[in-house]
Design a protein around this ligand. Structure first.
Ligand code: DC
Length: 228
């Protein structure tokens, strides 16, 4: 097995547009993509189903390695299966996002999920990986790194439009989640060195994808990889 010859990472806070941009970029390029948040969301969901406390680091770390659940890459969404049940719809609920943020603060959990995240790049020509630590920890040698950001109100309004719900409640939940994700000791959310920072507040999804794609196009040409 070899790792993908071209890896793009897209990190950023909750609802900054990482998932939509990754999906569209991957579609445009015909590349695979992985939302690494699905690993933490999947773990949080499975923990609640299996009565494992979000405060029990060792039990959560063991659950990471359990064969009762798995994460699968998909064109439209990164999927999670618990035994044979597709629980993808459930893991993308906002309360599971908050629980995912809680389980993701444990070093043993992060260590035990890292192998499966990196394995997503095996045997592929190219991969787009998005999350909080993709450019810093999961794929520190990625070819191109991006960090997406947007105003808190804008991000809350976006998520409320997508999922329904109250913008102010959404904003408060996101502020709490961003604080948890950026203040934790292990692999905190941060801007990777060499990352291209894009503020998506005033941009449409297509405009962000265009900007990201233009940077990638240049990098591919420089590395004589335009055939990918
Ligand atoms: O991107 P998301 O909303 O699906 O992520 C859910 C939570 O998972 C996020 O609040 C923190 C955690 N996470 C992480 O710690 N590291 C990642 N690479 C991706 C997500």
């Amino acid at each position: 097995m070899r790792s993908a010859s071209f890896i793009v990472t897209i990190d950023g806070p909750a609802a900054s547009g990482k998932t939509s941009v990754s999906r569209l970029l991957a579609l445009k390029r015909g590349w695979a993509w992985i939302s690494t948040g699905a690993f933490y969301r999947g773990l949080a969901f499975v923990a609640s189903r299996e009565n494992v406390s979000v405060n029990d680091e060792d039990a959560l770390a063991n659950l990471c390695l359990s064969s009762i659940w798995r994460v699968e890459m998909g064109d439209d969404r990164t999927k999670v299966f618990l035994r044979s049940e597709d629980v993808t719809d459930e893991i993308y609920a906002e309360d599971i996002g908050l629980a995912a943020s809680l389980v993701s603060r444990y070093p043993k959990v992060r260590a035990n999920l890292l192998g499966a995240q990196r394995a997503c790049a095996d045997s592929l020509d190219a991969l787009v990986a998005e999350g909080r630590d993709c450019g810093t920890i999961v794929f520190p040698d990625a070819n191109v790194k991006f960090y997406l950001t947007a105003g808190t109100l804008d991000r809350a309004a976006r998520r409320a439009r997508q999922q329904g719900g109250n913008v102010e409640e959404m904003r408060q939940a996101q502020v709490q989640r961003d604080y948890q994700d950026s203040s934790r000791q292990t692999a905190p959310m941060q801007i990777p060195t060499q990352a291209h920072i894009i503020d998506t507040t005033a941009l449409t999804l297509d405009q962000v994808v265009e900007q990201v794609d233009a940077v990638i196009g240049k990098e591919l040409a420089q590395q004589s990889l335009s055939h990918l």
